[in-house]
Design a protein around this ligand. Structure first.
Ligand code: UDP
Ligand code: MG
Length: 320
């Protein structure tokens, strides 16, 4: 299989309105950086709009473009995994379809990779334009909480927009987990990784494909995938409660022997309700990990490919 100097991998979900501009700008940036020796890999993650038809048209006109159609919506991180599995380049640029991350930074990122002899150049968001205050606040909080609980240092304010070497990508693809939090997994593989500061632009068109529910799922995958701290908190919390209840027992015993026992319905209820809530929460947390074990134990493929448009030789269609 021919290995082009560069692969640009783009997961797309309902991005019809962005695709034409995306193609033009990536082509411009790739040509400026590496000449003709590049490929663009678009992954259609079960879009409901005309994205797949648009991709097929682009693939028909541009021999350097490969379009992959997943069998359904598998989610951003798995769509990205599909593209990474199937791309062939010696350097790999991961970028969103909405042009919030400017492809024109490619040349500078390649230069940074060579100058600093790095395997990963990850783009750090200095500013974020055109996103709601809620998105900015939750994102900022997410990266900081994640940093506190995980054992792997994951760079702050860094999305999936990054340039990787082939050996870094192969290392990444050797991690088999189902619940994929790619920016954390890249941090885990090590090698030399350097930051690259940039300002994040507004979406070119359309709206965010990350509603609150997907953001929560993503955050859970990140925390449970990279830390067992929540399980530890559960036992610490149980221990603290045990000491508190011990104090309470002494208090009750004193009341019993001095004859001033409290007839407290209120306090009993408070304790019961509080303990009930804590138990449910802790059980739920344990359940999160158990659920993950179950999903991993099934060893299903990560994604399924329905069609590929463009140069297909040597590309597998099952993601294990
Ligand atoms: N995306 C995807 N599958 C999904 C959701 C999103 O492939 O189920 C893609 C989307 O098309 C975009 C990227 O993931 O290229 C990031 O999504 P988005 O821009 O909506 O996220 P935000 O920038 O708002 O965090
Ligand atoms: Mg976006």
């Amino acid at each position: 299989m021919h290995r082009p100097a560069l692969s640009v991998v783009v997961p797309c979900y309902n991005e019809e309105a962005c695709l034409a501009m995306l193609h033009v700008r990536i082509t411009g940036a790739a040509r400026a950086a590496v000449g003709d020796d590049y490929e663009i890999v678009l992954v259609n993650d079960g879009s409901r709009d005309g994205s797949w038809a648009a991709m097929q048209r682009l693939a028909a006109d541009d021999p350097r473009l490969v379009a992959i159609n997943l069998s359904r919506n598998h989610g951003h991180q798995l769509a990205l995994t599909a593209g990474l599995d199937l791309c062939a380049g010696q350097h790999i640029l991961i970028i969103d379809a909405d042009l919030q991350d400017p492809p024109e930074l490619l040349a500078d990122m390649l230069a940074a990779m060579t100058d600093q002899d790095a395997d990963v150049v990850y783009a750090v968001r200095r500013r974020r334009e055109g996103e709601t205050l809620f998105k900015k606040l939750t994102a900022a909080a997410f990266y900081r909480v994640l940093d506190r609980v995980t054992d792997t240092p994951i760079p702050l304010d860094t999305g999936d927009f990054r340039l990787m070497s082939r050996r870094a990508l192969d290392a990444l693809l050797s991690l088999p987990e189902q619940a994929r939090f790619i920016r954390g997994m890249v941090a885990w593989i090590g090698f030399r990784q350097v930051p690259f500061l940039y300002d994040r632009a507004e979406r070119h068109a359309g709206e965010t494909k990350y509603p609150l529910s997907k953001m929560l799922r993503f955050a859970f995958d990140a925390v449970t995938g990279f830390s067992t701290a929540p399980l530890r908190w559960a036992s610490h919390f149980g221990l603290a409660l045990f000491f508190l209840s011990f104090l309470l027992m002494i208090y009750i015993a004193i009341g019993f022997f001095t004859g001033s026992a409290v007839q407290g319905w209120t306090s009993t209820m408070l304790v019961t309700v509080f303990l009930g809530a804590v138990q449910m929460f802790v059980l739920g947390m344990i359940g999160e990990y158990l659920g993950r074990l179950y999903v991993e134990a099934k060893r299903r493929p990560l994604y399924l490919v329905a069609d590929i448009a463009g140069p297909v030789q040597g590309r597998a269609t099952l993601g294990y």
